[in-house]
Design a binder for this molecule. Structure first.
Ligand code: NAP
Length: 263
């Protein structure tokens, strides 16, 4: 099976190198980018060919470009796509309907998260009606090299993306705020504060997953009634819901606008 990547930015680069690391040989791995020089560093792991040649050769082609560029790429390759091949869009906001107005090929949407870098992506996937079980197995096999694969219906890809793909950014910004606030109250060096919080955050996630604990379980175990932790958790439960609601309102609205622009 031959796999191709069009667009060698943040996502395309990550996928190309992860696929190569997973054992896909150079003769089965193809890549193209608009600024072709960027691919110099990948010439030992992939065949660098024009987009049309890539689409004509590959059984699965990942289109890893921004939403505004997806139509341009699809228009360019639509007449060359290998018969029976699967086209994979990495954007959750461009609908199958919009893609289908350019090419009626088998299409999937795949949303990886940044944590794919350490093989722990929660990758979302959905398919149009033409994709068969064999295609799904092949795609899931490829994606297992970057972490877990979660299948969702197309209409849930937006909120799903907020929960896995945007979430590293949300988590980082929340803990950035917490660390900045902590710095005002201590002489512990900044980098040590960040390390202490990060290690505790990561261990709390692993603890919950390994011991099958809920958020409530963790809060109950740490925040003894009348104690110090409870003072802090009360502040979070009283003040943070409004911010969280606003966050999803804003991101989902932005997603609707992007979808409308690219429909
Ligand atoms: N970043 C994330 O965490 C993330 C997560 C999930 C999904 N996504 C989605 O993945 C897609 C790609 O995102 P990204 O962050 O990887 O974007 P990016 O870093 O901006 O990379 C986009 C790449 O596409 C190339 N490109 C643009 N038009 C092209 C064309 N006509 N032919 C060939 N290559 C072309 C660009 O080439 P140049 O070098 O010429 O600019 C650039 O290398 C987006 O739809 C995004 O929504 C991103």
């Amino acid at each position: 099976m031959k796999t191709g990547i069009i667009g060698y930015g943040s996502m395309g680069r990550m996928l190309l190198w992860k696929f190569a690391e997973s054992g896909i040989a150079k003769q089965d791995l193809y890549a193209f980018n608009r600024t072709i020089e960027k691919l110099d560093e990948a010439k030992d792991i992939a065949k660098i060919v024009p987009a049309k040649e890539l689409a004509a050769s590959c059984d699965i082609t990942f289109v890893c470009v921004r939403p505004a560029d997806i139509k341009t790429v699809l228009e360019e390759i639509k007449d060359d796509i290998k018969e029976g091949a699967l086209i994979v869009s990495l954007n959750g906001s461009v609908s199958f309907e919009a893609i289908g107005s350019i090419t009626d090929t088998k299409t999937a949407k795949v949303i990886p998260s940044l944590t794919a870098e350490i093989g722990r992506s929660q990758t979302l996937v959905c398919y149009n009606g033409k994709v068969n079980d064999e295609d799904k197995t092949a795609l899931k096999g490829l994606l297992s090299s970057i972490g877990n694969v979660i299948e969702l219906p197309e209409n849930e890809m937006g909120m799903g993306s907020e929960l896995v793909s945007c979430m590293p950014g949300f988590i980082a910004s929340i803990f950035d705020v917490i660390c900045s606030s902590a710095k005002k109250h201590t002489s512990i060096p900044d980098d040590q504060i960040v390390r202490m919080v990060l290690q505790t955050m990561s261990a709390t996630g692993d603890l919950m997953l390994q011991k099958d604990m809920t958020f409530e379980d963790v809060v109950k175990r740490v925040a003894t009634p009348g104690g110090i932790t409870e003072e802090g958790t009360k502040v979070v439960y009283e003040g943070f819901p409004e911010t969280a609601d606003l966050l999803f309102e804003k991101t989902l609205e932005k997603r609707r606008q992007t979808a409308a622009k690219n429909s």
